[in-house]
Design a protein around this ligand. Structure first.
Ligand SMILES: [Zn+2]
Length: 391
């Protein structure tokens, strides 16, 4: 058995390398969009799907007609066909969106004949780009399978290596089980009574982001010359194309940088917390994914950010549990964990009101903290279901 590991680090391509990388990005996008069009046309008229192999074969014919395509790293083009196939397999009746410049600019190269490798602490070798300067490259023991090069909207370039590495050393048994509940004010609540708040820096950054976005939208509306009516809706006509609006572009980059910072802070927090939880417990009991996030009506910024963190955090727990030999037990999303008293099991429907933070059980008169009680119920229910499945 082996596991996949990723390592993402920043790269500093020079001017020539940047233009070469942009060329690969553009070609991958071109190929993706071309075959996306072919694929959906084929479905439309014949009802049948294309396949990755058919597209690959057709691409080698295409290269005879388009000589510039021959200079592009072929595994990058193939991997964009792979991702197209994945998108169609995921939703066969809904073709994916066309790729646009500036949205997820990324390409992936396969490591064939050691064309991708680490040269020294600060340099790597990439296909077509050659020797690229890097920072933050880790020493991972394992075979490099592929490298993905990304151009972020912040103007930074990144590369991530995918490794095939040996199994992780498993953690010692601790004999502990914990119930985990997603909080509204806190990030997580554990059944042992610990409340883990959101990192404080996030709310500061959110404020900053809101301000920067307001400024961006002011710059956008400053570019509107007038409105025209199309299909009974008002569509703005702009004075200049946005790529010429330098202040708009500058502000856009500023917004992207704040987003990046939020993302980094959040991920750092999630990684540290998830490994800590996995390390100190054998069994983790949790609710199914996306329970409360779908119930929430207000789609404000901090809500969106916390939703993303929760699902990301879930993914981290899943794979880390696998790596280190821990178990995750799930409770149905319809289990009313926050309404049940964990001592006597009585359900109290009055607790649908989310503003009640503390309550007294009408039967056994225990005073509960809403969130801690919910975490305890999740633990109890998950263990009960688990023993039922075993017996
Ligand atoms: Zn009770």
């Amino acid at each position: 058995m082996s596991r996949m590991l990723g390592n993402r680090f920043r790269i500093y391509p020079n001017t020539f390398q940047i233009s070469a990388a942009l060329q690969i990005l553009g070609s991958c996008r071109y190929v993706y969009n071309l075959y996306l069009n072919a694929w959906s046309t084929c479905i439309k008229y014949t009802g049948k799907s294309l396949s990755y192999l058919e597209c690959c074969r057709s691409m080698s014919d295409l290269m005879k007609v388009l000589p510039w395509l021959r200079n592009i790293e072929v595994s990058a083009l193939q991997s964009s066909l792979r991702s197209l196939e994945r998108a169609f397999r995921f939703a066969p009746n809904h073709p994916p969106a066309y790729h646009k410049r500036g949205h997820n600019d990324s390409y992936t190269c396969k490591n064939t004949n050691f064309c991708i490798r680490k040269l020294d602490k600060n340099h790597i070798l990439l296909p077509q780009l050659g020797k690229v300067r890097v920072r933050g490259l880790r020493d991972v023991k394992g075979k490099i399978l592929s490298a993905a090069v990304t151009y972020e909207s912040t103007g930074k370039w990144f590369c991530s290596f995918l490794y095939q590495a040996d199994d992780a050393v498993r953690f010692f048994k601790t004999g502990k089980t914990v119930g985990i509940d997603l909080g509204i004010h806190d990030f997580l609540i554990l059944s042992d009574g610990t409340k883990i708040p959101n990192p404080r820096i996030l709310s500061t950054l959110e404020k900053k982001l809101r301000k920067a976005q307001r400024s961006l939208s002011r710059k956008r509306s400053a570019n509107i010359s007038h409105f025209i009516t199309v299909n009974a809706s008002q569509v703005p006509v702009f004075k200049r194309p946005f790529r010429e609006c330098r202040n708009y572009q500058k502000q856009k980059r500023r917004v992207a940088r704040i987003y990046e910072k939020i993302r980094n802070c959040r991920r750092d927090f999630e990684h540290k917390l998830s490994i800590e939880l996995i390390k100190s417990h054998d069994v983790l009991c949790m609710e199914d994914l996306n329970v409360k996030s779908m119930l929430g009506k207000d789609r404000n910024l901090s809500k969106q950010i916390s939703d993303v963190s929760w699902s990301e955090f879930n993914g981290m727990l899943e794979y880390k549990a696998k790596w280190y030999g821990r178990r995750i037990l799930r409770v149905s999303r319809y289990y009313p964990s926050s309404q049940i008293c964990h001592v006597c099991g009585r359900q109290n429907p009055a607790l649908k009101d989310l503003t009640i933070r503390e309550w007294e059980c009408p039967v056994c008169h225990t005073i509960h903290d809403r969130d801690i009680n919910a975490a305890m119920c999740i633990k109890k229910e998950a263990l009960r279901r688990n023993t039922m499945l075993l017996s």
